[in-house]
Ligand binder design. Structure first.
Ligand code: G3P
Ligand code: MG
Length: 383
């Protein structure tokens, strides 16, 4: 048992701490990849002076494409392999809404990209604003569908469909049209287009946003309005129209639900990283099984790794000792990392929304120039 345990400690080289990265403004800015990001990730993959592999995940409020497509893009940009179980997008936790709603209107993204994502998540009937505009072009008097849009739009009779929920998955490409349709459904009799509820009890349509970022970092010099700004706009129109406050359910950072989801993803990912290694280790070590059974008897734990009875691959891990979260937006990233668990350590970088010339609204534990400096800082802090 002692020998096996020592091998885990000495040669396994998987850190007890971990990283979580924001994407826009930390790893990328629009089409550009932030140059320091490649080296930062290589360091976590083991290219550091301690030869230690550090588990990491990505938590972005962005979306509009599948987690698989996002991983492909990240892998290409960074020259590493990022897998689906390392990535959480703003709309990823919305998967949990599948059993709750039958007919959903999914808003945002390019053409029907978000319809495809929602279908992959398992939603049965997924409609998009383009379907509504095709059904009746007079819904948006100043906008006519392009040929490309007509092609992806479906033929649906919305006078016969009751929309149960509106899910804003990604940034709207057409604020005027999308707002017109969202407001109409929120004010309708139970989500049927062309109707008007006379009493709020006649409308049960849920409104969900994948995140609430007011601004975000692109390759333009100044930040751009994000989905949170659209939310503010819709809330103002709703208030003006009804005198009531808009009810919204929010996902993404800094929401607690997304934090819980992230913790689950991170813990699975750490287990994967570790069990992969234990498998390799056991192949090299013919005595591992014998050693393992001894360890059951004395109940020893190897630096936070509990070896389970039935299999050397079944590992029960304590949570990461520290999770370094690197983000660029104080209101979503730093607030997210500071609010939910004291073992998360917030690092704010200067490559995105946050600019050095004013105090951040939420105070990070550390400010770094960029993601590479953040990774170096955290590794040195740990060793
Ligand atoms: O729409 C994307 C955005 O608002 C922020 O993405 O990666 O900075 O959380 P990220
Ligand atoms: Mg960001």
């Amino acid at each position: 048992a002692v020998r096996y345990r020592k091998q885990v400690i000495d040669h396994e080289r998987v850190a007890s701490y971990a990283f979580a990265f924001d994407i826009d403004g930390v790893i990328v800015r629009g089409p550009e990849t932030i140059p320091e990001a490649r080296e930062a990730l290589r360091m976590l993959n083991g290219e550091n002076k301690y030869n230690i592999k550090v588990p990491y995940i990505f938590i972005t409020n962005g979306g509009g494409r599948s987690e698989k497509a996002r991983c492909k893009d990240l892998s290409k940009r960074l020259g590493i392999t990022v897998t689906e179980d390392q990535v959480i997008q703003g709309h990823t936790p919305m998967k949990d809404l599948v059993p709750a709603y039958k007919n959903v209107l999914v808003v945002g993204g390019v053409l029907d990209s978000c319809r495809k994502v929602a279908q992959e998540y398992g939603f049965d009937n997924v409609y998009i604003p383009l379907d509504v505009m095709k059904w009746n072009p007079s819904v948006t008097p100043y906008y006519q569908l392009s040929d490309e849009e007509k092609e992806v739009a479906r033929d649906v009779d919305f006078s016969k469909i009751s929309i149960d929920a509106i899910l804003v998955f990604a940034d709207s490409r057409n604020w005027a049209a999308d707002q017109q349709i969202i407001l109409e459904i929120l004010l309708s009799k139970n989500g049927v287009m062309g109707t008007v509820a006379h009493d709020p009890s006649e409308n049960h349509v849920g409104l969900y946003f994948a995140h609430s970022d007011f601004v975000w970092a692109t390759d333009y010099g100044l930040s751009r309005y994000g989905m949170g700004a659209l939310q503010v706009s819709i809330a103002a129109l709703y208030q003006e129209h009804t005198g009531r406050e808009l009810q919204v359910t929010r996902f993404g950072k800094p929401q607690r639900g997304t934090f819980r989801f992230a913790e689950k993803v991170l813990s699975n990912w750490r287990r994967n990283t570790l069990s992969e290694h234990v498998e390799n280790l056991s192949l090299e070590d013919a005595d591992a099984d014998a050693d393992l059974s001894e360890s059951e008897d004395d109940g020893n734990e190897a630096e936070g790794v509990v070896l389970q009875k039935d299999s050397k691959l079944s590992l029960e891990l304590p949570p990461a000792s520290t999770v370094y979260f690197v983000g660029d937006t104080p209101e979503s990233d730093i607030r997210f990392a500071n609010s939910h668990d004291s073992s998360w350590f917030s690092i704010l970088v200067k490559t995105g929304v946050f600019q050095d010339n004013k105090l951040p609204k939420y105070q990070p534990k550390q400010i770094c120039d960029d993601v590479l400096e953040a990774v170096k800082f955290a590794i040195e802090r740990e060793h």
